[in-house]
Design a protein. Structure first.
Length: 285
């Protein structure tokens, strides 16, 4: 069975559209500003955020930042976005250039507008089980599994990748749902053998077509978070056609987790508006 993220996105967008209409009736237009490293055409992901935002009634602005910029050179831009009351969310797209200290970059973003949990304070709340905002890709994986009513409690989950934006927060979300979680990384020995123990296998390595049939056992649920752009194609971590023969459920790339991630980001944007406007939390939105 295919875990179609586009179906999940459609359901979320219906809800988001209604929420945006109600907010606009109160004089608030959801407003997200996205920082992307580059000077050419926006990435596919950035374009998808703009498109999804337009469809539900949110305003999305893309700021292209030179990959050679220092932290000091972008400090002023982020401070300006923090202080603008009409801007509700700030998103910094990855990959982040190597000369930028990711922790210091995260600390520049107001926790009230940090909709993808880059600020260490936001991630710390998630660690304590009191999330302010859940990183959108990790949130998307859980929403996708919930949409298809896949039981998480008691499941053996193996996550390939330990990034602070996907692997680590996702492990906490699975633990909160009473799954047993193993997180693998580049130093893990005999990765295929460990992966074969999974009932739910999540690959978030960003290594195209790394996961083949040697990584999976029959009946496994496979979630492919990897997205690598090669030419005009988006390639996942999983050899889809090969693994499909053994998996009970599997996500395609594109059309899987990425589709839900975009909608999850906009859900977080609506949550940010509620956090920034406490009176709205007392009213149905």
């Amino acid at each position: 069975m295919i875990l179609d993220g586009r179906a999940v996105q459609r359901e979320i967008k219906v809800k988001l559209k209604g929420e945006c209409e109600l907010l606009r009736s109160k004089g608030i237009t959801p407003n997200l500003h996205v920082l992307e490293w580059g000077s050419g055409e926006p990435s596919v992901f950035a374009k998808n955020i703009v498109l999804c935002g337009e469809e539900v009634g949110a305003k999305i602005a893309i700021h292209q930042v030179s990959p050679k910029s220092s932290l000091e050179e972008i400090r002023g831009l982020i401070q300006e976005l923090n202080e603008a009351s009409e801007i509700h969310g700030i998103l910094v797209l990855t990959p982040i250039p190597s000369q930028i200290d990711k922790v210091q970059l995260g600390l520049l973003i107001s926790p009230l507008k940090d909709i993808d949990a880059l600020n260490p304070l936001t991630l710390g709340k998630l660690f304590l089980g009191q999330p302010f905002f859940i990183p959108s890709t990790a949130k998307a994986v859980i929403k996708l599994l919930d949409f298809y009513r896949i039981q998480l409690e008691g499941k053996r989950v193996v996550i390939l990748g330990r990034s602070p934006t996907v692997g680590k927060p996702l492990s906490l979300l699975f633990l909160a749902r009473n799954a047993t979680v193993t997180v693998c990384h580049s130093y893990t020995k005999d990765l295929p053998a460990l992966s074969r123990q999974a009932e739910i296998l999540v690959s978030a390595m960003g290594v195209p077509r790394k996961v083949d049939r040697s990584f999976v056992k029959e009946g496994v649920i496979v979630i492919d978070v990897g997205t690598t752009v090669i030419g005009d194609k988006i390639i996942g971590d999983v050899r889809f056609e090969e693994v499909l023969e053994l998996a009970s459920w599997i996500t395609p790339v594109p059309g899987g987790v990425g589709s839900v991630t975009t909608a999850a980001l906009l859900e977080n944007l609506i949550e940010a508006i509620k956090v920034q406007n406490p009176k709205l939390q007392e009213e149905p939105i």
